[in-house]
Ligand binder design. Structure first.
Ligand SMILES: *Cc1c(COP(=O)(O)O)cnc(C)c1O
Length: 372
């Protein structure tokens, strides 16, 4: 069997574009702010190993993940930089985090007490206190921080390193005004709690925050989606295209008027048409919602998706396109000649966000990194 990963369908990722997007963040916040790229969910579906390799020459300060498993996987890849686990860690995973040299996020008093116990045994991870300024899903309430600070100081006394304090923005890409309100709450919390003492790292900004309000960058920023080519919202710079999704044509047919295609026969040829079957479906992460709505690029031309998307294949109407052959490459996301299908365009058409499109790309698609 051929070992070429491009036989059926695949994801192309461009490391140079990834670094360029990180440089845009750095240019926004300035050279003194620590860059902590978020590589949770296998680096937004691109593959953490490839992303870490691609970013390494840009010298990020550390990496952010959402689970202890993800952090340990990075360590197994040889990542020696700081790794922040920025989602509440289940109590039973704290010790493993400590052994792996990960830094965890603290959102509840019980976990801080657990940390103190582990610290006395010499196996506690360093921690950041998460302060909830409006996200509502994790962290200590910004205006009632005292018990948390007491427990954090106790954990510190027991030997756990209290390394930072942070918050997370809820609408930085949609309603930038809310950034100011959350920042004010965050500052109030830090002032009331002494969270700023002892050189603790203060951080709040995701991609949209870092591009829109760099004045709040503090010590570190945590960009994610923008690095991977997703827009950070109106008025922010366009990211360079990092990800393309491509697939081969595996079947061609002429369709007489009235011929139906796909489950439910939701589309019928309106006249004599020519159709190409492309070897990618919702089992690869192509949103089924694009059936009869989305398009693909073939030979540098935009062609509509007809009928429902199947698990393994998608049919496009190539009427009027000459010389399409089996084995030709169709583009579902990305650029072909002068035409482009953007990640955000696909997300909008599918009624979701770029994050879900990227993390929805399944393991069936090999990730192919383009050097340079
Ligand atoms: C995912 C995440 C980010 C990155 O957000 P983007 O919108 O992808 O830039 C930053 N901080 C935390 C805590 C996160 O969970």
């Amino acid at each position: 069997m051929s070992t070429d990963p491009r036989t059926r369908a695949w994801v192309e990722a461009r490391s140079k574009a990834l670094r360029h997007n990180l440089d845009r963040i750095r240019a926004s916040v300035g050279p003194d702010v620590k860059l902590v790229p978020m590589v949770k969910a296998d680096a937004y579906g691109l593959g953490a190993a490839g992303v870490v390799d691609a970013l390494e020459p840009a010298g990020p300060w550390g990496f952010g993940v959402a689970t202890v498993r993800e952090g340990l996987d990075l360590r197994a890849l040889g990542v020696a930089r700081p790794i922040w686990v920025l989602s509440p860690t289940p109590p039973d995973a704290l010790e493993a985090a400590g052994m792996g040299g990960l830094t965890v996020s603290m959102s509840d008093l019980g976990s801080l007490e657990r940390l103190a116990v582990l610290a006395r045994a010499g196996s506690a991870p360093a921690f950041h206190l998460e302060i909830d300024t409006g996200m509502g899903r994790a962290g200590f309430d910004w205006d009632r921080l005292e018990p948390a600070v007491r427990a954090a100081l106790a954990a510190e006394q027991a030997g756990a390193r209290w390394e930072g304090c942070y918050t997370h923005l809820h609408s930085a890409d949609e309603e930038p005004e809310t950034i100011h309100e959350q920042w004010k709450r965050f500052q109030a919390a830090l002032n009331a709690s002494g969270g700023r003492e002892h050189g603790r790292l203060i951080h709040a900004l995701n991609s949209a925050g870092a591009l829109r309000c760099p004045q709040y960058a503090a010590d570190a920023v945590r960009p994610g989606i923008f690095l991977y080519g997703g827009s950070a919202g109106a008025g922010t710079p366009e990211p360079e295209e990092v990800v393309s999704v491509r697939a081969r044509v595996v079947h061609l047919r002429d369709a007489d008027p009235g011929t139906s295609v796909g489950y439910g026969a939701t589309y019928r040829a309106r006249s004599a048409e020519r159709w190409a079957t492309v070897a990618i479906g919702y089992g690869d992460g192509l949103p089924r919602a694009l059936g009869n709505r989305g398009s693909a690029l073939l030979h540098g031309r935009r062609v509509p998706i007809v009928g429902r998307i199947s698990m393994d294949v998608t049919v496009v109407d190539i009427t009027g396109l000459s010389a399409v052959e089996i084995g030709d490459v169709a583009t579902l996301i990305g650029t072909d000649g002068e035409e482009r299908i953007t990640l955000d365009g696909v997300a909008e058409l599918a009624g979701t966000i770029s994050y879900e499109i990227l993390t929805g790309l399944t393991p069936r698609l090999p990730r192919i990194w383009q050097p340079g």
